[in-house]
Design a protein around this ligand. Structure first.
Ligand SMILES: C[S@@+](CC[C@H](N)C(=O)[O-])C[C@H]1O[C@@H](n2cnc3c(N)ncnc32)[C@H](O)[C@@H]1O
Length: 402
């Protein structure tokens, strides 16, 4: 019989540690592919409704995604990850630690070490830390009816609660990239100015304020902009009730409201080209960080040419609609790159919650409108789909000639 390979050996050790109860943790690292793939996977053992599971945290550059797997599927799952997704795996058990390392040439080895864990971690699911929305967020979450009077998440608001939390996790990653959090310096951090355009009931606006002011204790001015005056009155009332210093809501339109220079500008689910207005304002107001989650996309579809060989597929309305969304948002990312930003396009919430789940995050890295190649990429994509005009062509024209 052939000697088991290092990959087979670590999978066997992994399965044994799960059944014998010696498993402490698993870490997969050194991803095989670049791009929007997890950089790391962290695995721990949990009990979910009395059933043993492996809880996996997939750590992407800007977000974490959690998956739970019945332990019986653990070894087969790990075998599929080794060499296909990751070159390195660390299995920690209470008896021994095992380090698996492979390379692109297919060579692999398994090294064992003294165990780093003397006992197994708690198996309870909800030892998880309360997250960003801890007890200190209770006042505004109750004020927005996300929590009930007892401080419990309302069943009807569970998705919203998860969405706010997830969104704040993404912002945490982005704020780190912008150098806004991290090791405390010896000088007090200057107040940041953040604008939330088309903020609606203010869930995310209160969330950002909470993150900067209460979690990171940074001086901050957060401005929520909303056309509907009744919503602005309501959110400002809540600001007064909870004494949310540095948070304000103003009644106005994304395209024209008076704003100071901002450090970050966000716009989630602003309709149609209101997202483009928000992008233009962010660029003009000098935002280091711009985050948008586009809503409906009506601008490009009527202009859309149907280049062969796509034409027979695009006669299906839904396919044309999806492609129009894809091109609209793809062009938005290219425009931001031309304006000097590094962009990432990612899923913001699971598609089971809303199909409007694409997020474009952009961090300014250089002067804008100088890279002819970046401009050419916009023109090439437009030409391919025979698009005459994208809202950002017009909106960014004045900024581009300055
Ligand atoms: C779909 S809601 C999203 C609310 C919030 N951003 C969120 O994600 O929870 C869109 C909001 O944007 C507001 N809105 C739409 N166009 C706007 C504009 N041009 N200027 C200001 N607010 C606008 C609407 O009144 C609405 O409250």
């Amino acid at each position: 019989m052939n000697k088991p390979t290092p990959a087979e050996q670590i999978c066997t050790k992994f399965a044994e540690s799960l059944t014998k109860g010696t498993f402490a943790r698993l870490v997969l690292s050194a991803p095989v592919a670049a791009g929007d793939t997890p950089q790391k996977v962290l695995g721990r053992f949990i009990m979910l409704k009395g059933v043993p599971h492996l809880s996996l945290t997939l750590r992407y550059a800007t977000r974490d995604v959690t998956k739970n797997l019945p332990v019986a599927e653990g070894a087969a799952w790990l075998r599929g990850q080794l060499d296909q997704q990751f070159h390195s795996a660390l299995l920690c058990t209470t008896s021994r630690d095992w380090q698996y390392i492979s390379n692109a040439a297919g060579e692999a080895r398994l090294i064992d070490h003294r165990p780093s864990a003397k006992k197994t971690p708690s198996r309870e699911h909800d030892q998880r830390h309360a997250g960003i929305l801890d007890a200190s967020a209770r006042d505004w979450l109750q004020g927005l009816d996300v929590l009930d009077v007892a401080g419990q998440v309302r069943i009807s608001m569970a998705d919203k609660h998860r969405q706010i939390n997830h969104y704040l996790e993404i912002l945490t990653h982005l704020a780190k990239e912008c150098g806004w959090i991290g090791a405390p310096g010896d000088r007090p951090a200057p107040a940041l100015v953040l604008a939330d355009m088309g903020c609606g009931k203010g869930y995310l606006t209160f969330g950002i304020w909470h993150l900067f002011r209460r979690v990171w204790q940074r001086p901050v001015r957060v401005i929520g902009v909303e056309t509907r005056a009744e919503l602005v009155a309501k959110t400002n009332k809540l600001v007064c009730q909870i004494g949310a210093e540095g948070l304000e809501f103003v009644s106005g339109a994304i395209e024209s409201v008076r704003l100071p220079p901002v450090d970050a500008l966000i716009a989630l689910h602003a309709c149609n080209t209101a997202t483009d207005d928000a992008l233009r304002r962010g660029i003009e107001l000098g935002a280091k960080l711009i985050v948008v989650a586009p809503c409906c996309h009506r601008e490009l579809r009527p202009q859309f040419g149907k280049p062969a060989p796509l034409a027979p597929v695009l006669r299906h309305g839904v396919m044309e609609e999806r492609l129009a969304e894809w091109v609209t948002d793809g062009l938005r990312a290219l425009f931001l790159e031309w304006a000097g930003y590094r962009t990432k396009v990612m899923e913001f919430v699971g598609s089971e919650h809303t199909p409007k789940n694409l997020m474009i995050a952009a961090v300014r890295e250089r002067d804008g409108f100088t890279d002819a190649g970046a401009r050419q990429r916009i023109e090439d994509l437009k030409a391919y789909f025979r698009i005459e005009r994208h809202a950002l062509d017009v909106l960014l024209a004045p900024a581009a000639v300055r």
